[in-house]
Design a protein around this ligand. Structure first.
Ligand code: S3P
Length: 436
C-alpha cells in the first residue's frame, strides 16, 4: 500500500521544454517476459522502472531467472528457454499490474508446476475470467476467488492443447495470454478479436524469433518454437507522453517537444483524437526501434473543440481516456465517448472516477454506461479531488489543475510510481518554463 501523499497543483500560463518520458510500460513487461523465455542473454535498454514492471521482474526472478542491472538504462536478462523456468517457492505478487497477472497466467498455465498469483487490493477486484476462460478451454487448471474469476489465482500448470479463440473483447492482455500459452504447446493457436488491440506481443515475439503471423482480425502462433535472446530498445510511453500532450494544448502559451515516443498505430489513437479536436501535434524524426515505430512529438497551445469518439479508436487509446476527458473539459462544445465500457474495469472505474473528479471542479460531465459526455469550455474551478489510487487519474487531474482558475489538491498521489516515476518533478520543470 502506498502512503496517502497529496499534491497541490497551481494554474500556469506557460509551458516550455524538450524532454523524454520513461519507457513504454506494455513493451517493458513484454521485454522482461520474452527475454526470460528466450535462450541466452538479452540486453534491454530503456526499460520502465515503474512499480508495475518491477512486479514482472520480481515474478521472473522468483521463477529462477537471473537479471543484472548494468546501469540505469541497461538490464541484462539471462533467458533459460521455454523449459527453463523453476517452480516458485512462494506466491507471486503482481502488485497493481493487470498486465503482469494476465500475461503471467498465460505463461504459467503451460508450465509443468504449481504457482499462485496475487496482487494489491485493486487488482484482486479486477476480472480474471477473461483470461481463465480461454486458458481453461486449452486444458489449464485454475482456482480463484469468486467462482475462479478473481485473484489470488492458483495454477496447476501443464498439459495444454492449442485453441482457436474468438475473444468477445478487444483486449491485448487476453490476446497475449492465449498466444503465450499457445506458444508453449504443439500446434497452432489462433486468437480473433473484434477490433485490433495493441500488438506489442506479436511484434516482439516475432523479433525474438517466434513463428507468429498477424492478420486482419487476429493472430496465430505455431507452438514450441525456440525464442532467441536479443537486444531490445524500449521507446518512451505514449500513455505517459499523453499527459504532456494535453498540457501543451490547454495551457495558453505552450510549446513542448516530447522526444522518442512510441507511435505504434495500435497505441496512437490519442494523437488522432487530440488532432481531431483541433490540437496542434506534429510528428517528426519518425524511425524504427526494435520492431516498433518511434517519433518526436511537437505540441503547441490550441483552441480545442468537442468531438464524438467510439469504435475502433477506443482500444487504440484505451489508457488515455482520463486525460482525453480533461482535454474535452477545455474544448468548446460537447465531447462524447462511447464503446468504452472497458474503462469500468481498469485500475479503478475510470468513468466514475473522472466524472467525480471533473465534476468536483464544476465541469459539466455525465457518465454513460459505456463512456461519458462532457460539455466543455467553461473555466474549471479549484477544489479537492481523489485519485482513487489510480495513477492515470492522479496525473490527469494534475494536468487539469494547470489550466484551472485556482489551485487544486489531489490526494493519494504516490500511485504515479506505477507507470511514471519522476512525473511530478518533470511537471514542475516544464511548467517552470525551464529547458530540460
Ligand atoms: C495492456 C493492455 C490494455 C491496457 C493496459 C496494458 C497491455 O489492457 O489498458 O494498461 O500491456 O497489454 P486490455 O488489454 O485489458 O485492454
Amino acid at each position: 500500500m502506498h502512503e496517502m501523499k497529496s499534491r497541490n497543483i497551481a494554474p500556469t500560463q506557460r509551458l516550455r521544454g524538450e524532454f523524454t518520458v520513461p519507457g513504454d510500460k506494455s513493451i517493458s513487461h513484454r521485454a522482461i517476459m520474452f527475454a526470460s523465455l528466450a535462450e541466452g542473454e538479452s540486453r534491454v535498454f530503456g526499460l520502465l522502472r515503474g512499480e508495475d514492471c518491477l512486479s514482472t521482474l520480481g515474478a521472473f526472478r522468483s521463477l529462477g531467472i537471473e537479471v543484472v542491472e548494468k546501469s540505469d538504462n541497461e538490464l541484462i536478462i539471462h533467458g533459460r528457454g521455454l523449459a527453463g523456468l523453476q517452480e516458485p517457492t512462494d506466491v507471486i505478487d503482481c502488485g497493481n499490474s493487470g498486465t503482469t497477472m494476465r500475461l503471467m497466467s498465460g505463461i504459467l498455465a503451460a508450465q509443468p508446476f504449481f504457482s499462485v498469483l496475487t496482487g494489491d487490493q485493486y487488482l484482486r477486484k479486477r476480472p480474471m475470467g477473461r483470461v481463465i476462460d480461454p486458458l481453461t478451454s486449452m486444458g489449464a487448471r485454475f482456482l480463484g476467488r469468486n467462482a475462479h474469476t478473481q485473484a489470488p489465482l492458483a495454477i496447476d500448470g501443464g498439459g495444454l492443447e492449442p485453441v482457436e479463440y474468438h475473444s468477445p473483447i478487444a483486449s491485448a492482455q487476453v490476446k497475449s495470454a492465449v498466444l503465450l500459452a499457445g506458444m508453449q504447446v504443439d500446434g497452432a493457436t489462433t486468437v480473433y478479436e473484434p477490433h485490433l488491440s495493441r500488438d506489442h506481443s506479436e511484434r516482439m515475439l516475432r523479433y525474438f524469433g517466434a513463428d507468429l503471423e498477424s492478420f486482419p482480425g487476429g493472430a496465430r502462433v505455431n507452438g514450441r518454437v525456440q525464442l532467441t535472446g536479443r537486444e531490445v530498445e524500449i521507446p518512451g510511453d505514449i500513455s505517459s507522453a499523453a499527459f504532456f500532450l494535453v498540457a501543451g494544448l490547454i495551457v495558453p502559451d505552450a510549446e513542448i517537444l516530447v522526444k522518442n515516443v512510441g507511435v505504434n498505430p495500435t497505441r496512437s489513437g490519442v494523437i488522432e483524437i487530440l488532432q481531431q479536436m483541433g490540437g496542434s501535434i506534429e510528428l517528426t524524426n519518425q524511425r524504427e526501434l526494435s520492431g516498433e515505430s518511434v517519433a518526436d512529438l511537437l505540441v503547441k497551445s490550441s483552441q480545442l473543440h468537442g468531438i464524438e469518439i467510439g469504435g475502433e479508436l477506443i482500444p487504440r487509446a484505451i489508457d488515455e481516456f482520463p486525460v482525453i476527458s480533461v482535454a474535452a473539459a477545455f474544448a468548446e462544445g460537447v465531447t462524447t465517448i462511447r464503446d468504452a465500457r472497458e474503462l469500468r474495469v481498469k485500475e479503478t472505474d475510470r468513468i466514475a472516477a473522472m466524472c467525480e473528479c471533473l465534476g468536483a471542479l464544476d465541469v459539466n460531465i455525465e457518465p454513460l454506461e459505456d463512456g461519458m459526455r462532457i460539455v466543455g469550455g467553461e473555466l474549471l474551478t479549484g477544489g479537492e479531488v481523489n485519485s482513487y489510487g489510480d495513477h492515470r487519474i492522479a496525473m490527469s487531474m494534475a494536468i487539469a489543475g494547470l489550466g484551472a482558475a485556482a489551485e487544486i489538491k489531489i490526494s493519494d498521489t504516490a500511485c504515479t510510481e506505477t507507470s511514471f516515476p519522476g512525473f511530478w518533478e518533470l511537471l514542475t520543470l516544464v511548467s517552470g518554463g525551464q529547458e530540460i
